[in-house]
Design a protein around this ligand. Structure first.
Ligand SMILES: [Zn+2]
Length: 115
């Protein structure tokens, strides 16, 4: 029986550390950046959109899907897009969501929500 020999994998365990969005964006860019660049923003956005759809399915039927994994996929594609668009997503999030509501300026928003 001829069994194809798989090439040795160069997988390394990433040590657990507090999540750092900037480091995650850099990590995803290292791993997928060249493929993303070849695909371009429009093509990469299509994959991001596809993942949003998969997240919607997982939210509707969490027992049939990997709900945490779908959230992770959406974030990975989002940071890929940010990298392609030359946006530092961590800085954008810090600027836009500084820890209080930009409208009512409260830490716990008291704005009247839309139904
Ligand atoms: Zn508010």
């Amino acid at each position: 029986m001829n069994v194809a020999k798989r090439p040795a994998r160069r997988r390394r365990k990433v040590p657990a550390a507090p999540f750092d969005l900037r480091a995650f964006q850099a990590r995803i860019a290292t791993t997928y950046g060249s493929k993303d660049a070849k695909r371009g923003i429009a093509g990469t956005f299509m994959y991001f959109s596809e993942e949003i759809g998969e997240l919607a399915e997982a939210l509707r039927e969490p027992d049939r899907h990997d709900l945490p994994g779908e959230f992770a996929d959406c974030l990975a594609w989002l940071v890929s897009l940010a990298h392609l668009a030359k946006v530092d997503l961590a800085a954008a999030v810090d600027r836009k969501y500084p820890g209080l509501c930009p409208k009512c300026l409260e830490i716990i928003c008291v704005c009247v929500s839309k139904p």
